[in-house]
Design a protein around this ligand. Structure first.
Ligand SMILES: [Zn+2]
Length: 245
């Protein structure tokens, strides 16, 4: 045992985090990947994650749903006299409402990241898009809800533990505008366009098309790092990703 860290939350719960060395060495990274085990993931607001296999998770919008409840409790708190017993009680209720939102979000993200890593040898995400969207103030609240950053962090350590790969695409490329079938780049692609037909005849769902492009970029990156990605892996097992309520 290396250390114990004690924390107390605003809702007066106590946690002890114990750091131990199990003397196990880190998982050896897989170097021969099957292309059927490589998945591209696009992040969004309507769906937190969209995979290159065509699965959309939906968006649980925990904060948004709990917002009304929070607002009510916050108002109550502001009306309480400073230093009063009622104020301490009201503050605890606000902290509990915040805590419930955080627990629900953590739970969803743990399940989603675990499933993506369990079912694949490599997961490809586009991190630059997340950075750019965070700059947009109008979207800021929904984005805080979506919590992409913490989702990517969870994917990262789960991949390392399993000897799998999380590939971050942090260089700009036209993931939404490019046809994943023929590579043709569309001139314009406003946010409200959800699907389009390419001149090659491919009918593209905006987000799934982007996820497929992200996957292709990721495979190039994996290969550039000296890993092999072979095409023969048989048919991919179909999977149903958890869908948020
Ligand atoms: Zn095309």
């Amino acid at each position: 045992m290396k250390s114990i860290t004690l924390t107390r939350t605003p809702t007066e719960k106590y946690y002890a985090s114990v750091l131990v060395d199990d003397e196990k060495t880190e998982a050896v990274a897989i170097t021969d990947l099957q292309s059927t085990q490589v998945v591209g993931v696009d992040v969004g607001l309507t769906d937190i994650a969209i995979t290159s296999t065509g699965v959309k998770t939906g968006n649980p919008r925990f904060v948004k749903n709990a917002q009304l409840n929070l607002k009510r409790k916050q108002k109550k708190l502001s009306r309480c006299k400073k230093g009063s017993k009622g104020r301490a009680k009201a503050r605890l209720l606000v902290a509990k409402a915040h805590e419930r939102v955080a627990f629900a979000r953590n739970d969803f993200q743990h399940k989603l990241s675990k499933q993506l890593i369990d079912e694949n040898q490599a997961v490809i995400v586009e991190t630059l898009k997340v950075k750019n969207m965070l700059k947009n103030h109008c979207l800021a609240r929904s984005i805080a809800d979506a919590g992409w950053h913490s989702l990517i962090t969870r994917l990262d350590y789960k991949a390392k533990q399993a000897g799998k790969h999380l590939v971050k695409i942090d260089q700009w490329f036209a993931s939404s505008k490019t046809c994943s079938c023929c590579g043709h780049k569309q001139e314009n692609m406003p946010l409200n366009v959800r699907s389009w037909t390419c001149e090659c005849g491919y009918l593209a769902d905006r987000d799934i098309n982007a996820a497929i492009n992200i996957r292709q970029q990721g495979i190039l990156k994996l290969k550039a790092e000296g890993l092999s990605v072979s095409a023969n892996g048989g048919k991919r097992k179909s999977s149903t990703l958890l869908v948020a309520a």
